[in-house]
Design a protein around this ligand. Structure first.
Ligand code: FAD
Ligand code: DLZ
Ligand code: SF4
Length: 507
């Protein structure tokens, strides 16, 4: 009897746990299906990336003499289960379905019902592309009052041996973040990102997506990402050579017309399996050891992968499904339409959303301190914001998007992930970007007609939620500053914020 190995669209790694179990006679299935392509209105570039990478991956498996079934989108198969049934109808010799665990809770629940629906054994294997297993994370979390990333990260440094000198961190410090918060000098040129010219397979997928998903955000014909692990590795090595040396210093910086700055643009590749998380860290460690990049840059990058990335995944599986329904501030406002169009006079939001539309990408500080910060201050519904982030980025899967949105950007989990809300006024954006110099609004103003909306919204957010936040020691100084303001000024700020929120669609 044979087994059918189902490989999901974000499992495009030859070393995948399910593929390692393959023996002669087993066959492999990849399927472009309506359910996965449609559970949120994914960005057109994300669908091109996934479908083209899946098709290239199927070709790579066939080159290794594997027996591969590939269901393409034109066959209009509704779900992964329906795709499996289609293969089983042709292959009565199959007695078991095997797959590596899904990255999303939604699909995991679905898979749990497959065995009874198919009348076959369904074997689910751990996804060991992650460095920390779900069980290992649960063990780390058990008995802790707080799940702070920094402590988890140190354990991961010890566990992987990355940037370690025996049991001590190389350079005598775990974290060089304090050196990583510079704004971009006006005359510093940003090297061009790596681009790939679409081949025949990708061109065909572009046409498919342009016609089948034309109502989704983005333009499929602008696609220039890698779709094979070979090209994704070349793209990453391009980053290591040209961008990594300044990655640390300018990690938080933003500039008009520069979507990528010194970032790696690697998340979409790592998350769908084209790049391996351990491999990227090794390249970065090696670049440091060879003297090509400063320690602060190498440590800053490795922290994002073995720290943040592993941490949010652990937290997701530890706290789902309740985590998805958090709404600490009881925020209810619908998402303004400009999140889809970028048509707003606020230059910072316009830039972040335009980058998102054009590239299915914006970098971390744009996600956190621009679109996320505005959503937090304006009291947008966490569910609506979560659905938006899940749809618009090429790297978005719920296991990584949800904790970043609910926990980091919106504090909707009440402080499980972050020790205080990442709320900021226009002043922060002005410090870290040149956006305000190109904006309709005046960043130094709070009450004037053309005042930066972030200013009044920031104070109003703090005042609105004082009962929930005033006890947080990290906000003590902020509340002291609020209470230093005269009553009349406080009232004027709050009235201004109320006015802004009534007209939020026109900002
Ligand atoms: P770099 O800045 O070059 O960082 C290197 C790598 O570190 C990234 O490729 C990524 O794999 C990892 N990384 C960095 N920060 C984080 C983080 N906070 N959580 C997890 N991994 C991290 N990341 C996603 O991969 N998918 C998402 O859907 C996603 N949604 C987000 C939503 C919000 C509201 C916020 C604030 C952040 C989100 N992030 C998400 C995290 C982060 O913004 C992206 O990983 C990063 O911007 C990807 O760009 P890059 O590859 O150029 O990253
Ligand atoms: C994101 C995505 C899309 C757009 N389409 C497919 C698909 O057609 N077939 C598939 O197997 N996977 C797809 N994916 C990725 C899945 O949604 C992802 O595997 C799950 O959400 C688990 O993380
Ligand atoms: Fe954004 Fe305000 Fe600066 Fe305009 S002035 S770019 S709205 S922070």
């Amino acid at each position: 009897m044979s087994r059918l190995i189902l490989v999901l669209g974000d499992q495009l790694s030859l070393s995948l746990s399910s593929l390692r179990q393959r023996v002669d006679g087993d066959c492999v299935l990849l399927a472009e299906v309506q359910q996965e392509a449609g559970y949120v209105p994914h960005h057109q570039l994300k669908i091109v990336l996934l479908f083209s990478a899946m098709r290239h991956f199927a070709a790579a498996l066939r080159l290794q003499q594997m027996d591969v079934y590939y269901i393409d989108y034109q066959q209009k198969v509704q779900s992964l289960l329906a795709a499996i049934k289609q293969v089983l109808a042709e292959r009565p010799d199959i007695s078991e379905v095997m797959l590596t665990e899904s990255g999303e809770y939604r699909l995991q629940q679905d898979i749990a019902s497959w065995s009874s629906q198919l009348g076959l054994a369904v074997t689910v294997l751990p996804d060991d592309r992650f460095i920390c297993s779900r069980a290992q994370f649960a063990q780390w979390a058990s008995g802790r009052k707080q799940y702070r990333m920094e402590f988890f990260y140190r354990e991961m440094r010890r566990y992987t041996g990355l940037l370690m000198d025996g049991d001590q961190p190389v350079g005598g410090q775990w974290n060089f973040d304090a050196e990583n918060r510079q704004s971009l000098p006006a005359d510093l040129a940003v090297p061009a990102p790596f681009r790939v010219v679409p081949d025949a397979i990708t061109s065909e997928v572009i046409q498919l997506v342009a016609s089948e998903f034309s109502s989704h955000i983005g333009d499929a014909t602008a696609f220039c990402y890698a779709v094979t692990s070979k090209d994704a590795r070349t793209a990453f090595l391009h980053f290591v050579e040209h961008h990594l040396p300044l990655f640390g210093a300018y990690q938080d910086a933003m500039k008009v017309g520069e979507p990528f700055v010194f970032h790696s643009v690697a998340s979409a590749y790592i998350n769908c399996g084209l790049l391996d998380a351990r491999w990227v860290c090794q390249q970065v460690e090696q670049a440091y050891q060879q003297g090509k990049v400063p320690l602060a840059a190498a440590e800053g990058f490795i922290r994002q992968i073995i720290g943040w990335r592993e941490y949010v995944r652990g937290l997701y599986w530890l706290l789902m499904p309740d985590y998805a329904t958090g709404n600490f501030f009881n925020a209810k406002r619908p998402l303004p339409w400009f999140y889809w169009t970028g048509e707003t006079k606020m230059r910072c939001l316009h830039e972040a959303i335009e980058h998102t539309k054009q590239h299915a990408y914006s970098h971390h500080i744009q996600r956190l301190m621009i679109t996320g910060n505005f959503a937090l201050l304006a009291g947008l519904s966490p569910h609506a914001v979560h659905q938006w982030y899940l749809a618009v980025y090429a790297d978005a899967y719920e296991w990584v998007e949800l904790p970043n949105t609910m926990g980091m950007a919106l504090f909707a989990d009440g402080g499980v992930l972050a020790s205080k809300p990442y709320a900021a006024s226009g002043n922060y954006i002005h410090k870290m970007s040149n956006y305000c110099r190109h904006c309709h609004y005046q960043v130094k103003e709070t009450l004037a007609g053309n005042a930066c909306p972030f200013n009044a919204l920031y104070w109003d957010f703090l005042a609105r939620h004082e009962a929930l936040l005033a006890g947080n020691p990290r906000l003590a100084l902020t509340y002291k500053n609020w209470h230093r303001k005269a009553d009349a000024e406080q009232q004027a700020i709050r009235a201004k914020a109320a006015e802004l929120l009534i007209h939020v669609e026109q900002l």
